[in-house]
Design a protein around this ligand. Structure first.
Ligand code: TEU
Ligand code: CA
Length: 543
């Protein structure tokens, strides 16, 4: 498969590059930076939503699926981007937010005006005044139902109150969405990323006695059938597609991504990014549980492989804190830990995704005041946490570690004003670290994190064992070291990653690993390897 040996780069356009000084990144800014992306070696760009939107959730509240929000540019700018990207061997993957629309979408506005045809595009239920239809919770906090007095009905919103869930049971809705895919495919797009696509099929609308309602709509009763129909009818089977799967299971992800099912090319799952959630609660801080992390990697890699599925590999996206600040050490071992974490996932079976700035080792935002945040989820949870009795300082610490804005600060191109992102006032403050962490500085430094990512992208193209080799996990009882072995046609790679900021021994002595894999393909220390692993050291051994 063409996407097995390629790497995808994720762009959050609002924060990537501004070209007209309004403080917002734009499509022309992506075009302007295509040479940088070609140099990194990435094959596809996943671009998060740039469609007309009230921006309550930064574009994941779509008001029109087949147009460009003027703040991002014009359709001509889009066509230019497709064409210029293609000239550099790069294809675009667009973000399809099909679980919900903005309440500003014309369909919802007609529904509100009383049009029954469009009411059936959404999930309306009679009543609900003062007592929500079910006890389901919105993923951004509070009830998932909004009562509309004028209609005496409530609508479901699993996310923000301005993001109304679509009714996939209605064939007219499914036809509308197929047309959206056809529209963008005809404009030269090579693939798609589907937002929370495993939530589209709702089951019974019942109170959840033990949880927030997710068991009723996650990987729901008709989800595979709806995806197959969408993919078949829109003619996108075989394109590079990825589904974002919320609280999913391995068994479902095998079905979503096994080519025989004709659903998607691969899946994003999030279990490995919850190992620092205390009792599964994102807003309750805990040190990462590396034992659990290793077990999750082993389970997903082994079982997806056995079932013919394919994983999207990632640490970072626009919803996650920066990985070097989260599982690494963004101060003393900034460079070492950023490189180790990159190697840890880039040698796994699956397609790696690099989120803008990750290749520079960008760190968490470092905000100290709630006014600096823009994300609707952070602002909601600030209020929820304060109301629950957390002090201002505690609340800011929790938000500081968990906010989605950590990853959304502008891309750090230079050490200069606003990091070279804009000549105006950025919509979200630039991270103060840009004076030392920036593309200009790293792109010319062979020892930089950027150079290391570039090497990972190159190696994946060069060595078929990375794309298609089998995988076996090593050091299973050692919580300090993530280790695995890849094999194909007599070629073996052994990847050893010290997850800790202290020197550590492998359970099997390094000298023993060296007997059958004597060569060092890659490492993150300039000095000669030792017989122990230094803090955050990674070593990739080969025969
Ligand atoms: O995210 C889905 C999702 O459930 C999360 O990753 C979400 O950010 C998390 O649960 C909050 O704690 C997708 C998009 O990636 C995200 O940006 C959107 O806000 C969301 O869907 C709604 O469209
Ligand atoms: Ca702009």
């Amino acid at each position: 498969m063409s996407f097995h040996n390629e790497v995808v780069y994720q762009i959050y356009p609002k924060s990537f590059q501004d070209t007209n000084g309004d403080g917002w990144g734009d499509l022309a800014g992506i075009t302007q930076r295509l040479d940088y992306l070609r140099d990194l070696g990435v094959r596809y760009l996943w671009i998060t939503p740039f469609y007309p939107s009230p921006q309550r959730d930064n574009g994941y509240d779509v008001a029109d699926y087949c147009a460009i929000d003027p703040r991002y540019g014009t359709m001509d700018d889009f066509d230019t981007l497709v064409c210029e990207a293609r000239a550099r061997g790069i294809g675009l993957m667009l973000d399809m937010v099909f679980n919900h629309t903005s309440t500003a979408h014309a369909w919802f506005q007609r529904a509100l005006a009383g049009d029954k045809h469009y009411q059936d595009y959404y999930i309306f239920r009679d009543g609900g005044k003062g007592a929500p239809i079910t006890n389901w919770q919105s993923k951004f906090g509070g009830t998932a139902w909004e009562y509309v007095p004028g209609l005496d009905k409530s609508y479901l919103h699993l996310f923000d109150v301005t993001q109304a869930d679509l009714n996939w049971e209605n064939p007219a809705v499914r036809e509308e969405l197929k047309n959206v895919l056809r529209f963008w495919k005809a404009r030269g797009v090579e693939g798609f990323r589907f937002d929370v696509v495993n939530l589209i099929s709702k089951g019974a609308f019942e109170d959840d006695a033990t949880g927030d309602g997710r068991k009723y709509y996650t990987d729901g009763p008709h989800v595979h059938e709806y995806l197959q129909e969408l993919v078949h009818d829109a003619g996108i089977d075989g394109m590079v597609t990825v589904g974002e799967m919320s609280s999913t299971s391995i068994a479902n992800c095998i079905r979503y991504s096994n080519p025989a099912e004709h659903e998607l090319a691969m899946t994003f799952s999030f279990h490995h990014l919850k190992v620092d959630y205390k009792d599964g609660d994102k807003w309750s801080l805990m040190m990462p549980d590396f034992h659990k992390l290793k077990q999750l990697f082993a389970d997903w890699q082994e079982q997806m492989t056995a079932g013919g599925g394919w994983n999207a590999l990632f640490w970072c996206n626009h919803d996650q804190p920066r990985i070097v600040s989260r599982f690494g050490d963004d101060k003393k071992y900034w460079k070492e830990s950023a490189k180790m974490l990159a190697a840890a996932i880039h040698f796994l079976r699956g397609t790696p995704y690099i989120y803008q700035g990750e290749e520079l080792g960008m760190t968490n935002a470092g905000f100290t005041n709630i006014d600096e945040y823009r994300d609707v989820e952070s602002i909601n949870y600030y209020k929820i946490l304060r109301a629950a009795g957390h002090s201002e300082a505690e609340t800011l610490q929790i938000i500081g570690e968990r906010s989605r804005d950590n990853s959304r600060t502008p891309m750090q191109w230079t050490a200069g004003e606003n990091a070279g992102f804009t000549t105006g006032t950025p919509w979200l403050a630039v991270n103060a670290t840009h004076t030392s962490i920036n593309a200009e500085r790293e792109a010319n430094d062979p020892g930089s994190i950027h150079a290391f990512y570039k090497e990972l992208v190159r190696l994946r193209k060069e060595l078929p064992v990375i794309a298609d080799g089998s995988i076996a996990f090593l050091e299973r009882e050692n919580d300090d070291v993530l280790a695995y072995e890849r094999t194909l046609d007599g070629k073996t790679l052994r990847v050893l990653c010290n997850l800790r900021g202290t020197e550590t021994k492998t359970a099997t002595p390094l000298a023993d690993y060296r007997k059958t894999t004597p060569g060092t393909l890659l490492g993150n220390y300039p000095e000669e390897p030792r017989d122990t692993l230094r803090p955050y050291e990674c070593l990739v051994l080969t025969n």
